[in-house]
Design a protein around this ligand. Sequence first.
Ligand code: ADP
Ligand code: ADP
Length: 230
Amino acid sequence: MLEFKHVTKRYNNGGDKEAAVKDLNLTINKGEFVCFIGPSGCGKTTTMKMVNRLIDITEGTISVNGEDITKQDPVSLRRSIGYVIQQIGLMPHMTIKENIVLVGTLLKWSQEKKDERAKELIKLVGLPEEYLDKYPHELSGGQQQRIGVLRALAVNPPLILMDEPFGALDPITRDSLQEEFKKLQKELNKTIVFVTHDMDEALKLADKVVIMRDGEVVQADTPDEILRNP
Ligand code: ADP
Ligand code: ADP
């Protein structure tokens, strides 16, 4: 599903600074929930951004579904990858419905299709349909974050990248969102790559935990193995 081969990233403006990601080799299978964990600055976000093609890869290749991402049409790549970040950035002047189906609008979906999809999605996170007509500022932070997740799911991408999606939330909201999300992942059989700096969160959610330090993968294993061989 997602494969990294000898992936290295150097930021140009860093001069002779060390690479942000060094020779990353990793295979993520379909339906797998993989957590990237490591201290701030170890290269987690850089890795996500390369998959998304928000930044260029310096060396090596990343493949999605067996195809080199640099050879794929950017539009179809965007449709096959959902991206959730901590600063979800809902559009303040758009309703929740319009926010959820934003990508559908870009793809010129009919109004009926958008209405239907938005109703279907909001059920997944336990919010009432009436919320579709509200504006982002009328929702709590936790509720907004749920909407951010739905936006990434709207066009039904097989691969979802989440970069500290629940980082700004209080522990209780966070716990309930983690559970909802894990359930969602199982039901929809999505491949999830999840970035966190919280080991408890990683051990709780992941099928595989990838530990990074200074741009390198130092361990990639199941939570059980990580607990046995820390
Ligand atoms: P993490 O997500 O694990 O906190 P990042 O991927 O954001 O780490 O950063 C990895 C390294 O790359 C850090 O040393 C960071 O300072 C550097 N870096 C990140 N973004 C840029 C950028 N746009 N330009 C230059 N260096 C960057
Ligand atoms: P709840 O969902 O439990 O009603 P919130 O999610 O509003 O509560 O608040 C939980 C935490 O998220 C608080 O620490 C708050 O500072 C933070 N927070 C609230 N709104 C936002 C937002 N729009 N973006 C980021 N963080 C937020």
